[in-house]
Design a protein around this ligand. Structure first.
Ligand code: DX5
Ligand code: ZN
Length: 225
């Protein structure tokens, strides 16, 4: 089962609520919520207040991708704001196992995120505790960057580890996902696909903003895998 997770980083923030309901009505599955702090990454985006504001608009899971350092202090705020999944970068947490425990204690699913150059050994002792593994196919900080092909090798390696574990762990890819590469990415093992500019860029000239065409095109590609 494949899940499409539009990144609201590329949405029109002046009409954010509508951008969220429209993208879910257009057939997307999950709202990907990029949190950047101008410290761990060189950009600044949105926090728990915005998560809380959008929570009543949809039953879809809100997938919070924390690009912040430190991590732990902000986790309970996002849990209270209605996040379903909270993912973080291992380099940004001094105690990775503790952060995973904190996310789960707050009633959320826990994810670990790997930048293009971050080695997979961070999985060695925590794989059994994770609900999601997120492979970055761009360096985090901005939407609209080009997909880094090495991410495919990483996906294959993680897919193998997940299958060997026998656990159900979501394998998500984030960065540069488009209609023309999503099938190849799925073949490498991803089951959850973040797409920001590909989805929100495609609907921005329609009024109301609708995303049916691009979401169907992504699903059509996935149906060929
Ligand atoms: C990048 C973010 C991504 C970003 C993806 O740091 O984590 O979620 O919004 O955007 P696209 O799909 O445009 O590469
Ligand atoms: Zn993201």
């Amino acid at each position: 089962m494949y899940r499409i997770a539009p990144s609201i980083l590329s949405a029109n923030f002046a009409r954010l609520g509508e951008e969220i309901t429209n993208v879910i009505d257009s057939g997307a599955d999950i709202i990907h919520f990029d949190v950047m702090d101008n410290h761990y990454v060189p950009n600044l985006t949105i926090g728990p207040l915005v998560c809380e504001a959008i929570r009543p608009l949809t039953d879809a899971m809100i997938d919070v991708h924390l690009m912040v350092e430190p991590v732990d202090r902000i986790v309970p705020d996002f849990a209270k704001a209605g996040a379903n999944i909270i993912s973080f970068h291992p380099e940004a947490s001094r105690h990775i196992d503790r952060t995973i425990g904190l996310i789960k204690d707050q009633g959320c699913l826990a994810g670990l995120v790997f930048n293009p150059a971050t080695p997979l050994h961070y999985l060695d002792h925590v794989l059994d505790k994770l609900d999601l593994i997120l492979i970055m196919s761009v360096n985090p900080g901005f939407g609209g960057q080009a997909f880094i092909p090495e991410a495919l090798n990483k996906l294959r390696a993680v897919r193998k580890r997940i299958d060997e574990s026998g656990r159900s762990i979501m394998l998500e890819i984030d960065g540069g996902v488009k209609v023309d590469n999503i099938a190849e990415i799925a073949r490498a093992g991803a089951d959850t696909f973040v797409a920001g500019s590909a989805i929100y860029g495609a609907g921005k000239d329609s009024d109301p903003h609708r995303y049916d065409t691009v979401v169907s095109a992504l699903r059509e590609e996935l149906s060929k895998v």
